[in-house]
Write a protein that binds this ligand. Structure first.
Ligand SMILES: *Cc1c(COP(=O)(O)O)cnc(C)c1O
Length: 502
């Protein structure tokens, strides 16, 4: 009998908070009372409907009987419910729900799923306000156009950086005033410039002459921002390979803009996504100053500085401080200058975790082929695990975003109890498709006893993941469960979303 069958639908799951492999922060943020939490969890299990509405299995979960509906619930038509509690509780609930669905014979019962903690996005916003009060964030929609994230940020008052008509429509659909949108793609289709104008979106970037001709023809009253090239060599994703006018070409571009009677209002840059050297921002601000001066020479009075994206969670305070100093140094008189930024990753990276099921296991071909007495290098994977999301899905961030996600064990042998003493062995983790490029982790240490039916979790999966996922080979994109979080700010998150309405 397979493990999924062994686990009866109603079998109680034993949480043990003394030894857990799940996020180390967990034990401090959810009740230490094991009996209570197990009661909630198992109450939840028995109250969960057997067949959830639609095939949106992961997001159909609701909190259990113990959690009476309270009047600050958030319900947004068309979106899954906004749950309560620490995201790790929902990772576990999702797993238990999957066991139950599997027992009921549901197809894709063990589907991989995300848990999004919106309180993290909320806290990142407060952190932004505290560190960069002078700079208005325009969230880069491409990073994660999640409907809850967009609504929360809209309610918090951010602007939005859109790169296509699709993104503009998505943001417009949640009633964002077009003045809060920057069309920050320097190379746009003429039809997009036209439709953006129809939607009232006038602020847009450019970095070449052809773009100026297009804009002059299609939306002559646009508010233009010249995107300059900066040093992106200290970033994971070097956007300068594709965008940004070198400073030497800026005077020519501005002269052309003048000739075409276009309104250029300022300067933007992007130091590259995943910038790991905060000093790149200082250099970029210096270049932006030069571009401002070039604007003056061309007869413009710039009043917008857009410092782009590239902000990292881990180095945010350092970056903010370097950026502020550079702005003070190069823009001492900035009463008439509006400063905006286009953070993406910063807001969402840590807000999403992904749970994936081990659907298969095998020995590496070399070991399968070889005789038993081949010397096994303990550093080399001696077991291959196959999980149900991969590089064609959420883990496209490995290929496109140069990430190296690491799993931790979410459930082992039908229990969330992963003894600290369990022996580990070098393992590899693979996605579900039939392509050999679909490798999630080439080598990682996992418990020897990990087997089919167990679950792995991956943290920091909010940026550049599901938005670029494909359904290659017939595998569905993983769905999302949302929580307002388990901390004191959960109520604020709900209040902010409720106040905004739909
Ligand atoms: C991708 C992108 C961003 C967001 O970058 P992050 O590194 O995620 O902050 C901002 N602006 C532009 C123009 C982009 O292309």
């Amino acid at each position: 009998m397979s493990r999924l069958e062994v686990l009866a639908a109603q079998s109680p799951v034993d949480f043990d908070f003394d030894i857990i492999s799940c996020s180390p922060s967990l034990s401090t943020t959810i009740p230490r009372d094991k009996t209570l939490v197990n009661a909630i969890a198992n109450g939840l299990l028995s109250s969960a409907p057997h067949v959830l509405p639609g095939h949106d299995t992961a997001s159909g979960l609701v909190l259990g009987k113990g959690d009476a509906r309270v009047d600050d619930d958030v319900t947004i038509p068309g979106l899954p419910p906004l749950l309560r509690g620490h995201p790790d509780i929902h990772l576990r609930n999702g797993v238990m729900n999957a066991y139950e669905l599997a027992a009921a014979g549901e197809v894709d019962a063990e589907k991989a799923f995300f848990v999004a903690d919106l309180s993290y996005v909320y806290r990142q916003h407060l952190r932004w306000k505290a560190n960069l009060p002078e700079i208005e964030p325009f969230y880069a929609v491409k990073c994660n156009p999640d409907p809850y994230v967009l609504r929360l940020l809209a309610a918090l008052g951010t602007g939005f950086d859109c790169a296509s008509m699709g993104e503009i429509s998505q943001v417009a659909a949640i009633n964002i005033d077009p003045s809060r949108i920057i069309f920050a793609n320097p190379c746009k289709a003429a039809s997009f410039i036209r439709s953006a104008a129809k939607s009232g979106v006038d602020m847009m970037t450019f970095d070449n002459t052809d773009e100026l001709y297009k804009i002059a023809r299609v939306n002559p009253s646009a508010k233009l921002v010249v995107r300059i090239l900066t040093d992106d060599s200290k970033s994971l994703c070097r956007l300068g390979l594709k965008f940004g006018a070198p400073l030497v070409s800026v005077p020519g571009l501005l002269a052309k803009a003048r000739e075409l009677q276009l309104d250029v209002i300022g300067v933007s840059f992007h130091v590259g996504s995943g910038c790991y050297d905060s000093s790149a921002f200082a250099d970029a601000v210096k270049r932006a100053r030069s571009a401002f001066d070039m604007g003056k020479e061309a007869g413009y009075e710039f009043n917008l500085l857009d410092v782009g994206g590239g902000f990292e969670d881990g180095s945010f305070e350092t970056t903010a401080s370097i950026l502020k100093d550079a702005i003070s140094q190069h823009f001492p008189n900035r009463r008439d200058i509006r400063i905006i930024a286009e953070p993406g990753r910063y807001y969402v990276s840590k807000a999403f975790s992904l749970a994936a099921n081990v659907i298969a296991r095998r020995a590496p071909p070399a070991l399968e082929r070889g005789s038993q007495d081949v010397d096994v290098d303990p550093e080399q994977p001696s077991v291959m695990y196959y999980i149900n999301d991969g590089v064609y899905g959420s883990f496209n961030c490995i290929l496109f975003d140069h990430q190296a996600p690491q799993p931790h064990v979410l459930s082992l042998g039908g229990s969330f109890h992963v003894p600290a003493s369990v022996p580990l062995r070098a393992s590899s983790v693979w996605g579900p498709t039939c392509d050999s490029i679909d490798c999630v982790c080439a080598v990682t240490q996992l418990p020897e006893t990990l087997q089919v039916g167990d679950w792995l979790a991956f943290e920091n999966m909010g940026a550049y993941t599901m938005c670029a996922a494909s359904q290659f080979n017939g595998f569905e994109v993983s769905t999302v469960m949302y929580t307002a979080g388990g901390g004191a700010d959960a109520a604020e998150v709900r209040a902010v979303l409720r106040e905004r309405g739909q």
